[in-house]
Design a protein around this ligand. Sequence first.
Ligand SMILES: Cc1ncc(C[n+]2csc(CCOP(=O)(O)OP(=O)(O)O)c2C)c(N)n1
Ligand SMILES: [Mg+2]
Length: 550
Amino acid sequence: MSDRRVADAIVARLMAHDTQRVFTVAGESYLDVLDALYTERARIQVVTCRHEAAAANMAEASAKLTGRPGICFVTRGPGLAHASIGVHTARQDASPMLLFVGEISREDRFRHAFQEVDLAQTFGDLAKGVLRIEVGARAGEIVDRAFQLATTGRPGPVVIGLPEDVLGEPYELASTATGAAPLQTVAAEVITAIAARLGSAARPLVWLGGSDWASDDVAAVQRFAEIWQLPVVTGFRRKDLFANAHSSYAGELGFGTFPALIERVREADLLLVLGAPLGDVETGGYQWLDRTTTSARLVHVHRDADTLSAVYPAGLAVAARPGAVAAALAAAAPPGADAPPWLAWTRAARADQEAFMAPVEVYGAVNLSLVFHELRASLGPQALIANGAGNYAAWLHRFYSHDAYPSQIAPGSGAMGYAVPAAIAAKLCCPDREVVGVAGDGCFLMAVQELATAAQLGLHLVYLVVNNGSYGTIRMHQENRFPGRRMATDLANPDFVALARAFGLGAWRVAATAEFAPALRAARAHPGPALIELVTSIRDISPGKRLSAD
Ligand SMILES: Cc1ncc(C[n+]2csc(CCOP(=O)(O)OP(=O)(O)O)c2C)c(N)n1
Ligand SMILES: [Mg+2]
């Protein structure tokens, strides 16, 4: 069947690229696309959101889970301005994503027309690329190009402008074929060279990160680490790249990394970095590595050649899929029969990490270290955990053990307001997995309207809201730099339980640690979305620090 309009061609191309669902806030600028989606409603799910920030976050989160571009449709001006936070996260986290924006008609351009925005200027820095369907006949080509740009090299967000007047033009669909994914092979000499460097190391460290991972790759890394008995660390908010309970797991590099691990990064004589971009947060603000000395000890593997040696010169830089390299290394022979020379180093790293995950004492009645241990024990390894930004997440990341991939959906960009939409995307992408979204009181209220989306879709998921009555993270920084002079961080909150119930959720309040397990049981048994408010003390400002006053 040939398509009728450009809008139909766009939707046909989405289907050719195996798109299961799109996230939207409707706009009059792209009515033809909505109409084309109506035609295909049995094949593409259209998720109606309440805010474009959430729609874009959902698209980004679904990319994190599926490895395929998340798709979002928004209107021009206000719609794209709202959606920009999801584009930012996709750029920072190297998540493939397509943001389609309904635009003004071509004939009105440069008149400062109603809601007119120049996409290329606006998204020049935020997006990986900005395209526009300027000529209707090229709609299919432009959508294909957007998919290609979003998924190759360092993946990222691509914005596609859809001038309103082009969408209704007639379109003859020529082909439904898509290009093959680029073939990427790892030469045997490269594996030999990496193995040789590993073989002559005394204190090697495997460092995982980035977005370029499938389940098979994660399994290959685990095999490799087991055979070589290496310590493995994961980058910021990528804890699920390696089973946290495994005897090789040595911790997360990011905010709140414990000092012994930072020391270990400094002392390692071989850093085998697989997929991590060696960005700001995972290098401690570029402090944990010294760029003048990395070349002697850095082996950097990343699919995108541009990323290699970008900040830290690598002695061996390999442009390849990290999972393919790990699989090949798992098949290569480690030095020594069963005990490599670094075995004591690996065991010491593991012992430090185990000590770090042990519960801590708190001031308040709800101990988040015990809550997140309980959460993991109750859910088992397969649950999907989403969170946003805030100190509550430091508790989650430290005390929740990720032992399956994927199981963590979190913004490396540090965006608040992520957990609520990301949990919705997770449940839609993986309906058979349990999903828990964890948010602080501040973070949660940036996306609270999406409880309506969860309720409308009847999703079975649980939200945990950590209520400390504060933008706690910023309060912590204030107490460090300007003690006793807190400003703009106290929060007067609504009744979260009543609020959740108003949206149609089941809701429970937990004011003491022992109340959490029964509340979690009740929330998980609830047929629709549910919420648990955890009332914590602001004095328990972070897992490692107590404030002396409220
Ligand atoms: C969208 C956005 N706005 C502002 C910030 C700066 N910021 C980082 S954490 C934080 C406070 C988070 O508060 P809450 O969710 O209550 O978590 P808490 O730190 O109290 O545990 C703020 C304002 C941010 N990271 N993202
Ligand atoms: Mg808070």
